[in-house]
Design a protein around this ligand. Structure first.
Ligand SMILES: *Cc1c(COP(=O)(O)O)cnc(C)c1O
Length: 227
């Protein structure tokens, strides 16, 4: 299984490269975020050994048990928090993460700003946009994104570097990817996080600079009990 991780990473890199070239882009513009949620520290170690340095976790608690030990000996490792974040986890996220991709509401922005002062640490931030305007989905609603981005800068002085989205599970993701890329351009934001195992090549064609790939690297995740 650990051999598979290195082979899977090589395959994903080849696919990133051809998708970028197809779109007339430099493959070096695209960073692979290896999403290791639910997989053990050994799987992350295998990916590190294969040269992967950027990882994504969606739960702060899980990242806190897995990553601090792995950082020793791997100073280049970067951890992205990509999952919905409760305000009471903001301080742990600020302490652990290099990038928080799931900033999506004023209360969280406030909590992160306060945590940054307390921890004396400023991870980079990305604003998650609910690009399909789906009820129940995290992410700032599209029509509120402008005001929220402005507030992040002016009210909380937060280091926002880009936008992130998870398009609706059903239907063609391409128009949603295009919409997020356009929104990032309009705001002068250079980093665009979109695309997962099933659709990262489409996301690259539409301008992704970060793709978040889990199962295609680490294998299927166990189904959560009780769904
Ligand atoms: C789990 C997860 C991914 C990776 O999903 P795969 O389909 O396994 O590649 C990407 N982004 C977020 C926010 C996730 O929670």
């Amino acid at each position: 299984m650990l051999d598979d991780i290195s082979r899977n990473l090589a395959r994903i890199h080849a696919r990133i490269e051809s998708a970028a070239r197809r779109a007339g882009r430099d493959p070096a513009e695209v960073t692979l975020v290896a999403v290791s949620k639910t997989h053990p520290a050994e799987a992350v170690a295998a990916a590190l050994a294969a040269g992967q340095t950027v990882f994504g976790e969606n739960r702060v608690q899980e990242a806190a048990t897995k990553f601090p030990g792995l950082r020793e000996g791997h100073p280049a490792m970067r951890l992205h928090i990509i999952g919905g974040l409760q305000t009471n986890k903001a301080r742990d996220a600020v302490r652990l993460a290099d990038v928080i991709e799931s900033l999506d509401r004023p209360k969280l922005a406030q909590a992160i700003a306060e945590a940054m002062v307390k921890e004396n640490r400023r991870p980079e931030l990305m604003v998650q946009v609910n690009i399909g305007d789906e009820p129940q989905k995290s992410g700032v609603p599209r029509q509120e994104a402008d005001a929220f981005l402005r507030a992040c800068r002016e009210e909380w002085d937060l280091p926002v570097i880009g936008l992130m989205c998870i398009p609706p599970a059903e239907g063609d993701p391409r128009p949603h990817f295009a919409a997020l890329a356009a929104m990032a351009r309009d705001h002068g934001l250079s980093r665009i996080s979109m695309g997962m195992s099933g659709d990262f090549e489409t996301a690259i064609e539409e301008g992704a600079t970060l793709v978040r790939v889990g199962s295609a690297i680490f294998g299927a995740r166990p189904q959560p009990v009780g769904g």
